[in-house]
Design a protein around this ligand. Structure first.
Ligand code: ATR
Length: 272
């Protein structure tokens, strides 16, 4: 028997998912493979049929198709429906079932790195797609209060309403850039793609917190944000990526196995 799995999205140039999932296949002595399908939107229907016909166990979905894929599904689980975002699809007897394991990725990273938002003063930078999962988790776990900074304020306002966020303040970028180090947060979280796209308009040097968490990752462990912010505890997005992959693999395989995330992290970090 074999177990094949795939990833769809565009572009997939920098993805680490094949490394992580092929590690899980190897560690569980499963014969099969995980590979990438860098496709255009009008190819979604065709690729889904291909996966079904060739007995794929399932596939991951990344940008920009996490919402578009929903119309091809037979079933969707509660978290994914609430988020209107699917990153994992299981193929079960020809039926497509959608899940969102990004939520688990954030929750488990909080768990592994002892990041507890309960009663904490939190600064969130950005209000795009990555922030949606974070709001979901913060609502679930609880928090003290949240300050949110985004370039586009109306986008942040919309997101706060959608997730029914309470105890928050919204700030313009300029306001954050004039913060001084005396304004100390418990946790600062970067949800932006700053540094990956466009110029950096944020003055991260002015920020300090007990914990700094970047939803972006870097193989060196030091992202643009983590390199500048002042904090004794810095966590990048690599554990989060591994944890969402682990949960997806468990859904496809039905196996309950140990998530050896530290081994995967050290293998990935040594590749740079
Ligand atoms: P999406 O919003 O679809 O998730 P994105 O365009 O990569 O994806 O943006 C994610 C976040 O990064 C947003 O908060 C975005 O800010 P705006 O909502 O103001 O657009 C932020 N972001 C991306 N590039 C940025 C840049 N060069 N400067 C400041 N913020 C940026």
């Amino acid at each position: 028997m074999y177990s094949n799995m795939g990833l769809i999205g565009k572009p997939l140039t920098h993805t680490l998912s094949p490394f992580i999932h092929n590690y899980f296949l190897y560690k569980n002595s499963i014969n099969g493979g995980y590979c990438c399908f860098d496709i255009y939107e009008d190819e979604l229907g065709k690729i889904v049929e291909f996966f079904k016909k060739t007995n794929f166990k399932g596939f991951n979905v990344t940008l920009p198709y996490k919402e578009t894929i929903i119309k091809f599904l037979d079933q969707i689980d509660d978290d994914a429906r609430y988020m209107n975002s699917v990153n994992t699809v299981k193929i079960d007897d020809g039926k497509l079932i959608g899940y969102n394991t990004d939520i688990y990725g954030i929750l488990e990273t909080f768990n592994l790195y002892e990041i507890s938002p309960i009663d904490k003063k939190i600064l969130i930078i950005g209000a795009g797609g990555a922030c949606r999962g974070l709001f979901y988790v913060l609502k679930k776990l609880g928090y003290g209060f949240i300050d949110i900074v985004n370039r586009n304020l109306s986008k942040a306002e919309k997101l706060v309403k959608e997730f029914n966020i309470e105890n928050f303040r919204l700030f313009e970028v300029n306001k954050l850039n004039s913060f001084d180090n005396s304004l100390k947060y418990d946790i600062i979280i970067n949800t932006t793609s700053v540094g990956l796209t466009g110029d950096n308009i944020y003055n991260f040097e002015k920020l300090s917190a007990d914990i700094a968490f970047d939803m972006q990752y870097s193989l060196s462990g030091e992202t643009l944000f983590l390199g500048k912010v002042i904090s004794d505890k810095k966590v990048d997005g690599l554990p989060m990526l591994i944890c969402q992959a682990y949960q997806a693999f468990k859904i496809w395989s039905g196996l309950d196995f140990e998530n050896d995330y530290q081994d995967i992290i050290s293998r990935l970090r040594s590749r740079r």
